[in-house]
Design a protein around this ligand. Structure first.
Ligand SMILES: Nc1ncnc2c1ncn2[C@@H]1O[C@H](COP(=O)(O)OP(=O)(O)OP(=O)(O)O)[C@@H](O)[C@H]1O
Length: 640
């Protein structure tokens, strides 16, 4: 009984085993099928990527060609400008030389003539009155004689007219006419007589004076010499007039030259305007090119001085938009913002990356700099002067509305405080530390981090405000409100493009790093000292990663700190990355400013490989799951 029983049991066991084996084989087949379909999917993706890479390469090629063309145009413009400039200078030089020559000749002649005139006028002075009297007398005499002659002629004509008429009436007419004529003539004659008498008196007076002075009456020679001198004087006066005509001519010439130069100058201005425009085009294109190449963009911002700076400013000099110098060392960045630059100026340079977010590219913006250099101000700003984050959020929503996009946004926020990751959106477990993990796609994520799907811009802004209010901040010697942790806010934006039936997913990381600080300078308290130790350690790990990336080392020490591990995708990874180096202008911070600038220079050499995230990755599915859970929890809490 027991034996048969045993047999039955064994049979049953065998049957169960067979079933299990069959089930197992079935599962294996299923897995195999799944595996094959996954491989097919991967092959398809690979093809798509190949196509994308080709497209990007051809875009790059086109951009390079455009760039070359622009460069050629600029060179041409510069050549034209140069030739215009040299023409203009030549003309100016020639005109100046001519003018100088004319002026010199005129000066010499003028001084000679002046001397002669002085000599003459000396001599003239004594005899001028007598001479003018003589001349006037002879003139009056001549005109008197002329008038008399014409009187006789007229009366003769009248007489002859009377004779040809032969009648009394005509005679009376003749008499009347004669009388009238006589009246007309007699008036000026009497005037002339009066003048002649006056002149005669003057001549007598002059002769008396001459007699008194010279002791003899004036001879004919004296009169002649005066008239010769007067003649010379008239010639000199004429020459003087001629000279002023020459001067007038050369002034006209100069004016014409100046007009020509003005035309040239306007041409130069036009060309300069063109060059400016072309340079801007070139700048924009090189930006796009750098973007395509995946270069990390590095902006440098110097904050204005404040009363904590104590000492005078260090000698930071803005050479141009892209170059800044300190202690005679020149640093090159994508853009340099000076003390007068506004939040808007900074954001305008970041706005260019907005579109990429909706095409599946990851974006990382992070602020770096010593304590009190303006990182938090740049990233968050104030109510009146909003920084990068609020501006970007506003723009994201405007873009969605304008383009009528189907988007969903999920937000999470954390701080790394003393090498612990703390969820800033979970008020219940604020002190619980979280772990970093890698998903199947090799992406780093924070396990159990609160992810909230937001419904509006205001909700998102409020959540970020809430998160930053939870971040650890305290008063130090260097900053009234110093951040004691690194804060990372992540937006996962899922965009569904209806026209091409394609889904894009982007992760936007907005990081405000804690500032490096010298413990003795900041006069830190015990706890702050410990905080500073952790901050400096993680920043030094970040520095090591930068060095390894910029020297293209085979090993990049991402895992040396939580910060570098979290930022792995943004540094040398598949993200578009913008780094803002914040600098304090104070002389007291000169060494830190120098090391920040050197740091930024290293980051500028890093090249990422930004790629489009086309399909929802596993991480997103997980995030969505957690989101749903969060929503359910929230609903439950509300119901309670
Ligand atoms: N561009 C700017 N214009 C006006 N004020 C600024 C600017 N940058 C910074 N400030 C001011 O300087 C002070 C320090 O700035 P902030 O707190 O942003 O520095 P931080 O680099 O974040 O410092 P920490 O690393 O200690 O947190 C603040 O009072 C801030 O308002």
């Amino acid at each position: 009984m027991s034996y048969s029983n045993k047999e039955n049991i064994d049979d049953t066991q065998i049957l169960i085993d067979q079933e299990e084996v069959l089930e197992f084989v079935k599962q294996l087949k299923l897995m195999n099928k799944q595996f094959i379909s996954q491989i097919k999917q991967l092959i398809r993706e690979k093809e798509e990527y190949k196509f994308l890479i080709q497209e990007l390469q051809s875009q790059l090629q086109r951009k390079c060609e455009q760039l070359q063309q622009q460069e050629m145009i600029i060179q041409e413009c510069e050549l034209q400008l140069e030739s215009c400039r040299s023409n203009y200078e030549e003309q100016i030089n020639r005109l100046e030389v001519e003018l100088k020559m004319n002026q010199m000749i005129f000066q010499i002649e003028l001084s000679q003539q002046k001397q002669e005139i002085v000599d003459l006028s000396d001599k003239l002075k004594s005899t001028q009155q007598g001479y003018s009297t003589t001349v006037a007398t002879s003139f009056l005499q001549t005109s008197f004689n002329q008038k008399q002659d014409s009187l006789f002629k007229d009366s003769h004509t009248l007489e002859s007219v009377g004779q040809t008429e032969g009648e009394y009436s005509i005679m009376s007419n003749k008499n009347k006419g004669q009388q009238k004529m006589l009246k007309i003539i007699q008036d000026p004659i009497s005037n002339l007589k009066k003048q002649k008498d006056l002149i005669k008196r003057e001549i007598t007076q002059w002769q008396d004076e001459f007699l008194k002075k010279e002791g003899r009456p004036p001879s004919i020679n004296d009169k002649q010499s005066i008239s010769t001198k007067f003649y010379h004087y008239t010639i000199l006066k004429k020459q003087l007039n001629d000279r002023s005509t020459v001067i007038q001519d050369s002034t006209d010439c100069k004016n014409i030259g100046i007009q020509c130069n003005l035309i040239d100058a306007s041409q130069i201005l036009q060309l300069q305007e063109q060059i400016k425009q072309k340079t801007n085009d070139l700048k924009r294109m090189s930006f796009q090119l750098e973007d395509l190449k995946g270069k990390v963009k590095v902006y440098c911002r110097v904050r204005p001085s404040n009363n904590l700076d104590k000492l005078k400013d260090c000698e930071l000099q803005f050479i141009d938009e892209q170059h800044i110098s300190l202690k005679q060392k020149i640093f090159n960045f994508d853009i340099c913002f000076n003390q007068q630059s506004t939040q808007k100026d900074v954001y305008e340079e970041i706005q260019q990356s907005l579109q990429a977010i909706f095409h599946g590219y990851n974006l990382c913006i992070f602020a770096y700099g010593q304590t009190g250099s303006g990182k938090t101000y740049t990233m968050f700003g104030t109510q009146q002067q909003p920084g990068v984050i609020p501006n970007l959020i506003e723009d994201i929503y405007t873009y969605i509305k304008k383009n009528n996009l189907d988007c969903s946004i999920i937000v999470s926020s954390l701080e790394i405080y003393k090498e612990n990751i703390i969820d800033l959106l979970n008020d219940q477990q604020s002190s619980q530390t979280l772990e970093l993990k890698e998903n199947v796609n090799g992406q780093v994520f924070v396990q159990n981090l609160t992810n909230i799907k937001v419904q509006s811009m205001y909700e998102l802004m409020n959540l970020i405000e809430f998160a930053s209010s939870k971040r650890r901040q305290s008063l130090t010697e260097m900053n009234d409100c110093s951040s004691r942790s690194h804060m990372c806010t992540q937006l996962v934006i899922e965009t569904f493009n209806k026209s091409i039936q394609q889904k894009f997913i982007s992760r936007v990381n907005l990081i405000d790093l804690a500032g490096s600080e010298r413990c003795n300078k900041s006069r830190l308290k015990q706890n702050q000292l410990e905080e500073a130790k952790y901050i400096n350690k993680s920043l030094s790990a970040l520095n090591d990663v930068m060095i390894a990336l910029s020297t293209k080392s085979n090993f990049i020490p991402y895992r040396n700190s939580k910060l570098t591990y979290l930022m792995r995708d943004s540094l040398g990874g598949n993200s578009k990355t913008i780094m803002i180096i914040n600098i304090s202008p104070s002389f007291i911070n000169l060494d830190e400013s120098m090391s920040s600038l050197q740091y930024g220079q290293k980051v500028k050499q890093i090249i990422n490989q930004p790629i489009k995230n086309l399909e929802p990755v596993e991480q997103l599915k997980k995030i969505q799951k957690v989101c749903n859970q969060h929503d359910e929890n929230a609903q439950l809490r509300q119901q309670k």
